[in-house]
Design a protein around this ligand. Structure first.
Ligand SMILES: [Zn+2]
Length: 350
């Protein structure tokens, strides 16, 4: 008798509870899952330690704060058994990932391994701290339809990036897409993606069937894909779609995915498809809205369920992501923007 196969529900989460601050859960042989605190709404970032000879390779580090430092110290004395961290991988430049890299590399006199665009972009963004908000930035958000209060918030918050990053090491070890790196007993392959950040590195281990995905594949939330004032005509959503395809071709479906937020999961390929479909549906809703001219701020409802005005950080991400979708349509001849006498852009179908 053939027993009907129960369809696997994806993503599925094989671990019941996340590790507490300072503790670790072994999710695969020699791979420890740890957490570091973050302000809401994310609340945490996952960091990983891979057994590497007599010590560890750390992947991602948490945001710079005394709480994160305390978490690392507790982990080093506890789960990491006082063995040294031999090197630090940064998946990408965002402060929740790279914030404590300089602290760890100095403490253990080890090197930071990162892609070139992530390392250099991080150095540039950190250098903004202490500067006034640039005219190009103010103009960019005014064109999107921000009011004076939101612009004032942007000015007040400008330079915050560097405050969340401990001084980066002044040299690093470059990693590139497709590179194979021995960590402990196994070989890992670097898989680069783009769209969330310029040259994001994930690490895939064929022998262990594990993918450390960083922010490239998250199970319960979608990664922010944004346009920023430094490159207002960028098309990061095209890069993001290409990256989803690259991951599907490079990494098999039956891996355990270790993401930077939420929990380890299985069901990689179906998650890649649902991430792509989420953006495709967003593009469709935008196409409908653009029958009449609209400002960026008029279009949030088509893309986001949340009230993006709830906090200024969210407003910045929503604006960047909305422009990413609009630039995608413009680059394909489906939409165009016209600047009004008030200096604000109106988008409509081409
Ligand atoms: Zn990120």
């Amino acid at each position: 008798m053939k027993v009907a196969e129960k369809q696997q529900i994806v993503p599925s989460y094989p671990f019941e509870a996340p590790p507490k601050q300072g503790q670790a859960v072994e999710v695969a042989p020699g791979i420890l899952w740890m957490r570091k605190p973050l302000p809401p709404p994310l609340s945490h970032i996952n960091t990983w330690a891979i057994a590497d000879g007599a010590g560890w390779t750390a992947v991602d580090t948490g945001m710079q704060s005394s709480e994160t430092a305390a978490g690392w110290s507790e982990a080093i004395a506890g789960a990491l058994k006082h063995r040294p961290i031999e090197r630090v991988f940064g998946t990408h430049m965002h402060p929740d990932h790279i914030g404590m890299a300089g602290w760890l590399t100095r403490r253990f006199e080890c090197r930071l391994w990162m892609t070139r665009l992530e390392y250099l972009t991080c150095r540039v963004l950190v250098a903004d701290t202490g500067r006034e908000a640039p005219a190009e930035g103010v103009e960019f958000y005014r064109r999107a339809g921000w009011d004076d209060e939101a612009i004032d918030q942007y000015r007040a918050r400008f330079g915050g990036f560097g405050k969340a990053v401990y001084q980066l090491p002044d040299s690093y070890r470059r990693i590139v897409d497709g590179e194979r790196i021995a960590i402990g007993e196994h070989e890992w392959t670097v898989v680069v993606g783009s769209g969330h950040s310029p040259e994001h590195a994930s690490l895939y281990c064929p022998a262990l069937r594990v993918l450390i995905s960083g922010d490239q594949v998250l199970p319960r939330i979608s990664s922010n894909v944004s346009v920023f004032p430094t490159e207002p005509d960028a098309d990061p959503l095209a890069d993001w779609f290409d990256s989803l395809v690259h991951f599907e071709r490079t990494v098999p479906d039956d891996v355990l995915v270790l993401p930077s937020h939420n929990e380890p999961f299985t069901g990689l390929h179906s998650r890649l498809h649902s991430l792509a479909n989420g953006h495709l549906r967003g593009l469709d809703r935008l196409r409908k809205q653009l029958a009449e001219p609209k400002r960026v701020v008029d279009l949030f409802g088509a893309l986001f369920a949340r009230n993006v005005y709830a906090d200024p950080h969210l407003l910045g991400m929503a604006t960047g992501e909305c422009i990413a979708h609009l630039n995608y349509l413009i680059a394909r001849g489906e939409a165009k923007a016209e600047r009004g006498d008030d200096g604000v852009d109106r988008y409509r179908r081409a």
